[in-house]
Design a protein around this ligand. Structure first.
Ligand code: 5GP
Ligand code: ZN
Length: 116
């Protein structure tokens, strides 16, 4: 996945405001934050979306969720946060490398979805 945007960010070819990295996942600030805290946590290995995961990806997905609380608390969202994983066309996914949005701040994020 040479040209994948988030693969390039993980490799450091495109700059990002990195907040965390381990052997499985990489986390950085979203370029267009929608809340006072808005991080993206991605697997280092290219996974297109939640729609393509296999059993082999389960430890990585676990790590991705397990680091969210620590990252939120350390980056200005001490009293909770929300994790969003947009998936595919219906889910509104724009970047084709699986990513969890971690959003928060000092105030409540608000309703989960706009009513239709
Ligand atoms: P999606 O809509 O796919 O769930 O979210 C993609 C997110 O990636 C968006 O919130 C967008 O602001 C963010 N994003 C897109 N390009 C870049 C980039 O080059 N750098 C960073 N840090 N975030 C990006
Ligand atoms: Zn990728």
């Amino acid at each position: 996945m040479e040209d994948c945007l988030f693969c390039r960010i993980v490799r450091g070819e495109i700059p990002s405001r990195k907040v965390y990295e381990d052997d499985e996942v990489f986390a950085f600030h979203d370029i267009h934050p929608q809340r006072p805290l808005h991080l993206l946590v991605v697997p280092k290995r290219h996974i297109a979306s939640l729609a393509t995961v296999t059993a082999a990806d389960e430890p990585t997905l676990g790590r991705l969720l397990a680091v969210a609380h620590q990252l939120a608390a350390e980056n200005g969202s001490p009293d909770g946060f929300r994790v969003i994983i947009n998936t595919g066309y219906v889910g509104g996914q724009e970047v084709g490398h699986l990513h969890a949005h971690v959003v928060g701040g000092n105030d409540p994020v608000g309703p989960m979805l706009k009513r239709i």
